[in-house]
Write a protein that binds this ligand. Sequence first.
Ligand code: HEM
Length: 467
Amino acid sequence: MSESNFFSDDPEYVQYKDNTNINHLPGDYGIPVLGYTLSYVQRPYQVIDQNRKKYGDIFRTSMTFQKFVMALGPEYIKQLTLDRDKVFSSRMGYHAPLKHFFEGGLLMRDFDAHKFHRRIMQTAFKTAAMRNYVDTMHPVIDKQLDDWGGMREFEFYPHVKELLLDVGAKVFLGLDLVDGETQRLNDAFLAMGDGTLAIIRKDWPGLGLAYRKGMNGRRYLDRFFNELVPQRREGEGTDMASFFARETTEAGDVFPTDVVSKHLIFLLLAAHDTTTAALTMACCYLAENKQWQERIREEVRTIIADKGVEDAGGNRIAFDDLATMEDTGNVFKEIERLHPSVPAFMRRTVKETEIGGYPIAAHTPIQVSPIYTHRMEEWWSDPHSFDPDRFKREEHKQHPFLWAPFGGGAHKCIGIHFADMLFKMVMAGLVMRYEFSFADGQGFPDAIQHFPFPKPQNHLPLVLKKL
Ligand code: HEM
């Protein structure tokens, strides 16, 4: 069956250019062409804060080569994500950076088509499937974490990235990747990531353009997944690709291969860099805050001791333990507050609406900002400090969208529990094997890259002391 029965027809609103007629809003566009791009990518909180002090919670601006409306605070995150009147297109919000590379992914679909397609992922995220992923993941995590101990110079970021790529290959695709294959998949994703940021967006051969390389990456992945999906449909696998491939519509039809492939490609992007970012940023803070490192270690130790489980590594936590890991969970929450893996949510209006009393025309790009909202001084105590206990004190509960790293409404992250599970499993394995500190002469990384996903620019050199 072809994609034509699966909402492939483009809605009319995708044909329009962005509406940039927003001069009735306060704000300015910074320097010509670049706008605030350079300062924003380096210091997003400070740049937004300066603008807010001048113009208020809602202003027009130009960042990342796009003119748009910025709306700050939890109430606007709620308005855009819950989208009760079906005004905000996620597809067109993310169109500028993600089009071509991730089209067909869930975040690139809107309204009824999105609802129809989200069904494809439903079985893969049910409890029974999640329990099974824990068992699949343990040996992969154990093997790599054991290997880390023998390394003399250890940079956390590339190693955790590789670990999560292996976990992803196994859990998402049901594959044991041989070395070359892992590398090719990784390269394709990296090229697509660079392609999304390319200024010259032309698929021309021979010029070494980043956009072209990204499109080549996409073509490679299309071929790879278009071969994999029919195999998964025939089998009885319990990996995500198998669940997606066997899922049916309400009418009982399986989803076409190219449709499933597109969802898998987007899923890997959504799952991989976000969790890599969270674990890396967490280790920056835990290398600095040894008390918190010890608190997590003690939490895991107690869980394992209570159960009397002494299996292969002696470090394994079971699916049912995850919900009891309050301190580790609060560290994850605090990291997503300080350095949200998805720093901004983008939408574009499909019809006229109103934001904070300002009329907004159709086709206007709008951004809401977890990276700013998560540090607003009027809501959070000592907002720039690392304090996971703030979640015990329930600071985040003052407003349902004050802490919103996973979004909300129809597009709310489908992998939220998977991300929590992965974070806890890797962290438990790590703290039970090693005490970790910054490498000699290093401290908390000076430079953090915030976009497209947060990471320390020095890749976090650590010393791992075996326990
Ligand atoms: C720290 C980890 C993660 C964070 C912070 C995160 C955050 C988010 C956010 C904010 C959105 C919605 C964006 C928007 O509304 O504009 C989203 C969507 C999504 N996420 Fe995650 N994510 C994480 C991990 C994962 C994982 C592990 C998976 C899969 C296993 C996943 C799969 C998806 C998918 C498929 C969507 C699109 C949902 C839709 O459009 O209906 N994410 N994520």
